[in-house]
Design a protein around this ligand. Structure first.
Ligand code: NDP
Length: 259
């Protein structure tokens, strides 16, 4: 039995890659990972200032942190991202598959081909490519010592997002299914795979979908009557990354204020 004295959160020397780690939920995860002692690779697509600035901020706290430009929707970028992490930080212990996009609110009968390609390339194919590279490094089948993957899904996967972005919701449902299937595929190879399903969270993603006030507009529909913070999501991600969740795999954890 664990004694009270040994139940503090232990510092770790593990290495985590957080895609889309320069802003929003990814940045909150990076800050919390730094507090726990992780070495951190943040990837970003275009906001170099945010990601490089955060890497400097984390480095100043005494942990190792790098920021790498890489579009998760481009296979060559993903390969370069993981190779850079190997070279600069060492062998990966954990992946947070966080990078994701929404798109402006439209009905399905208004979707363009290009919108659908971008949505699924980024949210689904990008997450699969990163998961593949992580498994190749972590799985005991490939000579690795195991590891952890946490995927960012969304409550949209359950709700469908009618009239807004059914494509986004469907891309996140794919993440739920990937989580379940991959978890079982690699469970005996030392890798746990789980997902967090945030609800309405205060980040810039809503502005990128054309509605900066979306959380305020919809928060009355949340049983807790408020939006969540990126830190509240990061808390769940940190638990799933940690050994405190050592018997949890294939799970999808709602962080939605009850929505
Ligand atoms: P933000 O828009 O605040 O940040 C998104 C991050 O992802 C940025 O760092 C961005 O990079 C990066 N990114 C986007 N596209 C790519 C790409 N193609 N390649 C690499 N990086 C990319 O989003 P949130 O923090 O709000 O969302 C994070 C995750 O949580 C997403 O998967 C989202 O779907 C999910 N989520 C968010 C909810 C919310 O209410 N906020 C609710 C449910 C789920 P850059 O900085 O360079 O632009």
């Amino acid at each position: 039995m664990t004694s009270i004295a040994t139940r503090e959160v232990p510092a770790t020397s593990k290495i985590v890659l957080i895609t889309g780690g320069g802003r929003g939920i990814g940045a909150a995860c990076a800050r919390q990972a730094a507090l726990r002692g992780y070495s951190i690779c943040l990837s970003y697509r275009e906001d170099a200032a945010a990601a490089q600035g955060l890497a400097r901020e984390l480095t100043a706290t005494g942990v190792r942190a790098i920021a790498v430009q890489a579009d998760v929707a481009v296979e060559a970028d993903v390969l370069r991202l993981f190779e850079t992490t190997d070279r600069k930080l060492g062998r990966l212990d954990a992946l947070v598959n966080n990078a994701g996009i929404v798109a402006p609110s439209r009905r399905v009968d208004q979707f363009t081909f290009d919108r659908l390609v971008q949505m699924f390339h980024t949210n689904v194919i990008g997450s699969f490519l990163c998961a593949r590279e992580a498994v190749l490094r972590m799985s005991t089948r490939h000579g690795g010592p195991g590891g952890v993957i946490v995927n960012l899904s969304s409550a949209a996967a359950r709700l469908g997002s009618s009239g807004q972005y059914v494509d986004y919701a469907a891309s996140k449902a794919a993440i739920d299914t990937m989580t379940m299937g991959l978890a079982r595929e690699v469970a005996a190879e030392g890798i746990r795979v789980n997902a967090v399903r945030p609800g309405l969270i205060h980040t810039e993603i809503h502005a990128s979908g054309g509605e900066p006030g979306r959380v305020e507009r919809l928060q009355d529909q949340v049983p807790m009557k408020r939006g969540g913070t990126a830190d509240e999501v990061a808390n769940a991600v940190m638990w799933l990354l940690s050994d405190a969740s050592s018997y949890t795999t294939g799970s999808v954890l709602d962080v939605t204020g009850g929505r």
